[in-house]
Design a protein around this ligand. Structure first.
Ligand code: NAD
Length: 256
């Protein structure tokens, strides 16, 4: 019952908000079959994260690429967006969500139809040359020989997401913090809040007056100190429940 009241309150806030930002983490893609990096079943229990350390990658490109290809290209290739990604895309098309800021690199928001997505940690969907910065989204043939080499200058290509030891892309950083400052409603979905500086984005939203709604099946670092409305459960279940309430409210509104 308590959760139902929170859902109703959250749906009402979402319907009335003039600028809504969704901030997503690994949890939103768990139901698509991508495990989180850490914790039980996490990717780094199976693989060594050193392959995503920039220095290590420079020194051992082939060894790193063999693991990177297995996780981020062979495995990610067959993954599809789930109802949580799709609901956010629907809300964007209805002007109920203005921006999605994601820490994920899986491209699932875009695949679900979201257009205004800030990839705070970059995206596995592109490769970038470490030397001449040439970028491509058409790289399947380049992955036949590892490490893939830049067709322009012959240097090694790297996935265009942020490795350990790399800075956040400047434009993504700027756009994310600007969106957070403008947010009236800020929905945090499926993130532990442990990764910096991404974890500061909701803090900026709160400091600038946003109401913070959080969806997570467990408590995060935000739950007890930043979150105004905590919705406990799987991302897709909660987003579909919110969508259902919004639909019902709209029906009643039209019949009134
Ligand atoms: P995290 O692994 O630290 O935390 C995941 C959070 O999601 C946890 O709080 C967990 O309780 C919650 N969660 C798990 N399943 C859920 C579900 N079905 N519904 C709702 N919540 C659920 O993830 P993070 O905070 O995003 O930080 C991890 C970093 O690793 C990120 O920076 C991200 O770039 C990267 N990462 C990306 C992917 C991806 O692209 N899909 C996957 C793993 C990690």
């Amino acid at each position: 019952m308590l959760q139902q009241n929170s859902l109703i309150k959250a749906a009402d806030l979402l319907s009335k908000s003039s600028f809504t930002v969704a901030f997503t983490g690994a949890g939103i893609s768990v139901e698509s079959g991508i495990p989180p990096f850490r914790g039980p079943g996490g990717i780094w229990n199976q693989y060594d994260p050193k392959v995503l350390d920039l220095n290590y990658f420079h020194l051992h490109p082939q060894e790193s690429w063999i693991v990177i290809k297995e996780i981020f290209y062979d495995f990610f290739q067959n993954i599809e967006p789930n109802p949580a990604h799709k609901t956010l895309a629907l809300w964007e098309s209805q002007n109920s969500v203005n921006v999605v800021i994601t820490q994920n690199i899986d491209h699932l928001h875009q695949k679900a139809g979201s257009q205004n997505v800030i990839d705070f940690h970059g995206n596995a969907h592109r490769l970038v040359c470490l030397s001449c910065h040439w970028k491509t989204e058409d790289f399947q043939s380049l992955l036949k020989n590892l490490p893939p080499l830049c067709p322009k200058c012959g240097e090694i290509l790297k996935p265009d997401f942020v490795f350990f030891g790399e800075n956040i892309p400047q434009l993504a950083y700027q756009n994310a913090f600007e969106a957070a400052q403008k947010a009236e409603v800020f929905i945090i979905i499926g993130t532990s809040g442990e990764v910096s500086p991404a974890n500061q984005i909701p803090v900026i939203a709160k400091q600038n007056g946003a109401v913070i709604i959080e969806i997570n099946n467990d408590k995060s670092l935000y739950t007890n100190n930043l979150t105004d409305i905590y919705l406990s459960g799987k991302a897709s279940e909660i987003l579909l429940a919110l969508q259902h309430i919004i639909n019902e409210n709209n029906k009643n509104h039209y019949h009134a």
